[in-house]
Design a protein around this ligand. Structure first.
Ligand code: PBG
Length: 331
């Protein structure tokens, strides 16, 4: 840090640069822009369906046609990327809906790709929304079987890529998932498709509303056997290093706000693009307080998203993205 000797009668007055809006904007260190936002979308079957999600006010389960229509609105706000989660009509123990050629995410990716050629379509690669037991991988003898799951995740990523995904995002927290997916994509001729690893994904209470929305809560046990233990920060560096060595193009810290220290630490540890996932529970907390009249939504959300960017995120995945883009103004 630069050492400055202070002239005894020339007082430092940091307030000089805070006097006006334009002055504050001039020296502002962190800026938000809709181009860095990724909007998560839940897609389901049916037509003309926009089904509100009770624990996530302002969020919907969209049928494919509605998701396509919504993407128009998002592009108008300057949001160029969506992350798709699928709500299949039926589930089974093997999670076969995840890798069906006409699975719900595959249908949505195909439709979005057809209507919006330069929209960045990202897809979640995981089994929990598709399995009857709700775990992120295949269950053998009451345990999630890491290596058997890898093959299924690879198949899932390939069907999504073939349907039009630009970026596949494995969130199952299986060891070796990035390498397995990279290999499967390359063998299928999808060398151009990028991988965003949910590298440091913690076993968090903040996924509650998402599991409501996706009907993906585990039916026995919990996810602590594969997701990271919240007290660990050094381990996040190991997870990120591992994903990068396996070929991840983008790495992620998730959730965002309770893990800003981890985000900051990873920012300094690696040069790869870094994503932060501002998850469902973080969103629900803000919405609940706003509904009570206890917080001002616009100021709260912009402050939180700015904090995530300041901590080091390049990409911000957030359910607040469309509101924030609206507030940030026309692009
Ligand atoms: C797993 C997945 C989850 C989220 C994203 N991908 C749920 C989980 O791990 O239980 C949570 C996202 C959120 O809470 O917004 N497919």
């Amino acid at each position: 840090m630069l050492q400055v000797t202070r002239h005894p009668d020339r007082a430092v007055r940091l307030r000089r640069l805070r006097r006006t809006d334009t002055m504050r904007e001039l020296v502002r260190e962190t800026r938000l822009h809709p181009h860095q936002f990724v909007y998560p979308m839940f897609v389901r079957g049916g037509r003309h369906v926009r089904e509100p999600i009770p624990s996530m006010p302002g969020q919907f389960r969209f049928s494919v046609d509605e998701a396509v229509a919504d993407a128009d609105a998002l592009r108008g706000l300057g949001i160029n990327a969506v992350l798709l989660f699928g709500l299949p009509d039926a589930k089974d123990p093997a999670g076969s809906g995840a890798y069906a050629d006409d699975g719900i995410v595959q249908q949505a990716a195909r439709a979005l790709r057809a209507e919006h050629p330069d929209l960045i379509v990202m897809t979640d690669v995981c089994l929990c929304e598709y399995t009857t037991h709700g775990h992120c991988g295949l269950v053998r003898d009451g345990e999630v079987d890491n290596d058997a799951t890898l093959e299924v995740l690879g198949r899932t990523a390939v069907t999504q890529a073939v349907a039009g995904a630009d970026v596949v995002a494995p969130s199952a927290m299986m060891d070796g998932q990035v390498a397995a997916i990279r290999r499967a994509l390359d063998e299928a001729g999808c060398q151009h498709v990028a991988i965003m690893g949910y590298s440091a994904k913690y076993a968090s209470a903040f996924y509650g509303p998402f599991r409501d929305a996706a009907g993906s809560a585990p039916q026995f046990g919990d996810r602590r056997g594969y997701q990271m233990n919240p007290p660990n920060a050094r381990e996040a560096e190991r997870e990120v290093a591992q994903d990068l060595s396996e070929g991840a193009d983008i790495v992620m810290v998730k959730p965002a706000l309770p893990y800003l220290d981890v985000l900051h630490r990873i920012r300094h540890a690696v040069t790869a693009p870094l994503a932060a996932y501002n998850v469902s529970g973080e969103y629900a907390m803000v919405k609940a307080a706003v509904q009570q009249g206890w917080l001002d939504e616009r100021r709260t959300v912009l402050e939180l998203l700015t904090a995530i960017a300041r901590a080091g995120a390049d990409l911000i995945i957030s359910y607040h993205a469309r509101d924030a883009a609206t507030w940030l103004g026309p692009r």
